[in-house]
Write a protein that binds this ligand. Structure first.
Ligand SMILES: [Zn+2]
Ligand SMILES: [Zn+2]
Length: 173
């Protein structure tokens, strides 16, 4: 996911390049395996540097919040970031750092590397409450059985006596 953009940096503002995004990222989730990434990127020369527009798809490894099953969760990324050159493309003279310390940089060899930006956006796209499926029945709070696999013999907790009193009065019919 590295692009040599020495040509693009010499182009006038507004010049556009389209590339495929293909590679791996790590450190998105707790799984040490590299995660394949596929997508597209549009690079546009701006007066500050290069605007990247990325659309990419990958999967993270998650644990279902209800039944704890390990699942592959699809992540769809769409983002824009400006990458700043570190040396002047025409003179080779080092440039002052960009105003934001977190900004993405183009290295001294004019290589724009999308890996870190994609990793950061993938981390942000991870679900807070991943579910293996929307109607996951989860684990029994009493015996711990996975209720997706088979119903367990535990009784449901007894109903609140205040409600059953209302039922008997016919108030909820
Ligand atoms: Zn589940
Ligand atoms: Zn149970």
């Amino acid at each position: 996911m590295q692009y040599n953009i020495s040509q693009l940096l010499r182009c006038p503002v507004g010049e556009v390049r389209h590339y495929r995004v293909e590679g791996d990222v790590t450190d998105v989730d707790d799984d040490p395996q590299p995660i394949p990434v596929q997508g597209t990127v549009v690079l546009t020369r701006t007066n500050q540097g290069v605007l990247v527009r990325v659309e990419a798809a990958l999967h993270s490894t998650e644990e279902c919040a209800r039944c704890l099953a390990v699942i592959r969760y699809p992540l769809q990324l769409t983002f824009e970031e400006v990458f700043y050159p570190t040396i002047d493309p025409l003179t080779g003279i080092p440039l002052p750092p960009p105003p934001e310390p977190e900004a993405f940089l183009i290295d001294h060899n004019h290589i724009l590397d999308l890996s870190e930006a994609i990793r950061e956006y993938a981390v942000m796209a991870r679900p807070l409450q991943p579910l293996c499926r929307l109607d996951c029945a989860g684990l029994c709070p009493q015996c711990g059985a996975n209720r997706n696999l088979m119903p367990c013999a535990c009784a449901e907790p007894p109903p609140d006596p205040r409600w059953s009193a209302l039922w008997q009065l016919g108030a909820l019919e």
